[in-house]
Design a protein around this ligand. Structure first.
Ligand code: AMP
Ligand code: MG
Length: 332
């Protein structure tokens, strides 16, 4: 049985949230809101609990987890070396949507890091996530709270759809504001490398620590172990399209067609289903995973999603869209 509790992030009911912390302390699984997407958490230092995260999600064991902390000082628990770049980035962007990869200290369970010599750590800004970590008295290992492969959850309803009956508790704390997962930057190498783009952009980080490498959208083997798997895929086929007004040329008769476009109401699109992605890539990011799930609920066979910009959060949004489209991209 999964217990669902509702907590207002602006006015946290500490007694209720303590119940969630008790679940973590006793080796259980709790889905909780963060500013990026919902996470499925367990005590980082309890290997059995962490193994249950993989089981509940159907997640491949070679895809490591991010540990969430509530105080920069807790980095010490994870890293055997903390480079100055880590401190600078943490001071600038934590709490926030940035995950640091560092050389791991002995004692971090192998299932958290998938046996790698490095570890992923993030300090979220979401009030519920922060207080939950504090009350649990331990860092919380948490991937996104979805079934492996499906779009990441940005509401408690999404977590319930995927994980009801598979986890101990789901905290409903409203919608995740950012809507896509954290930026992942590897600081264990001489030059920092972005393994997964997110809201904190390459430029944001360059202004704080200088040289940062981002290998780009599609070339080469995936660096983040998890990035090789199918991701963010609804049941409908997703096609990314640069000129959204051109979608009709690529449809087949009998299909229920959905179009996701920025400023959709001004674009004059006459598809069966039209979703407005807002008027910026930040709004698009906040809605993307929600809209991909909604497309399934509304019976879409194919989803044409407008190609985002190549700067700021658009870089991350393109990355997620290309993955959910499995490479189906129509350029002008
Ligand atoms: P999720 O929380 O579901 O978004 O997944 C966590 C992401 O962090 C995955 O893409 C992992 O591959 C990545 N990650 C976690 N630990 C490491 C690590 N030690 N090295 C590289 N990537 C990592
Ligand atoms: Mg995930």
């Amino acid at each position: 049985m999964t217990k669902i509790i509702k907590i207002d992030p602006a006015n946290i009911d500490m007694e209720l949230l303590s119940q969630a912390a008790d679940v973590i302390k006793h080796g259980g699984l709790v889905a909780f809101p963060t500013e990026t997407v919902y996470g499925l958490g367990a005590d980082t230092f309890n290997s059995d609990a962490v193994a249950n995260i993989f089981r509940a999600k159907g997640r491949p064991m070679d895809n490591p987890l991010i540990s969430h902390i509530s105080d920069i000082a807790d980095l010490e628990m994870f890293a055997r070396e903390i480079p100055p770049s880590a401190i600078k980035l943490a001071e600038e962007f934590w709490g926030g949507p940035l995950t640091l990869i560092l050389k791991k200290k002995a004692g971090i369970p192998d299932c958290v890091t998938a046996g790698l010599d490095t570890v992923a750590v993030r300090l979220p800004s979401h009030s519920i996530a922060n207080v939950l970590i504090k009350l649990s008295g331990t860092p919380i290992a948490a991937p996104s709270a979805n079934l492996s492969g499906s779009p990441s959850p940005t509401t408690a309803t999404h977590c319930i759809q995927d994980l009801d009956g598979r986890v101990d508790m789901i905290i409903d704390g409203g919608s995740s504001m950012i809507g896509i997962e954290s930026t992942v930057i590897d600081l264990s190498t001489e030059v920092p490398v972005i393994l997964r783009p997110g809201m904190i952009s390459p430029e944001d980080m360059r202004s704080v620590i200088g040289e940062v490498v981002y290998a780009g959208e599609v070339e080469g083997a995936p660096k983040c172990p998890g990035m090789k798997y199918t991701h963010y895929s609804p049941n409908a086929s997703v096609i990314v399209i640069e000129d959204v007004s051109d979608y009709k040329k690529h449809t087949r008769s009998g299909e229920t067609v959905c179009v996701i476009a920025k400023n959709a109401s001004d674009a004059g699109i006459a598809a069966d289903i039209v979703y407005d992605a807002g008027n910026s890539d930040a709004e698009y990011a906040a809605r993307l995973f929600y809209l991909l799930r909604k497309a399934d609920e509304d019976g879409a066979d194919v989803v044409f999603a407008q190609l985002p910009e190549t700067s700021g959060i658009g870089i991350a949004l393109r990355n997620r869209l290309f993955k959910s489209a499995g490479g189906r991209v129509i350029m002008k």
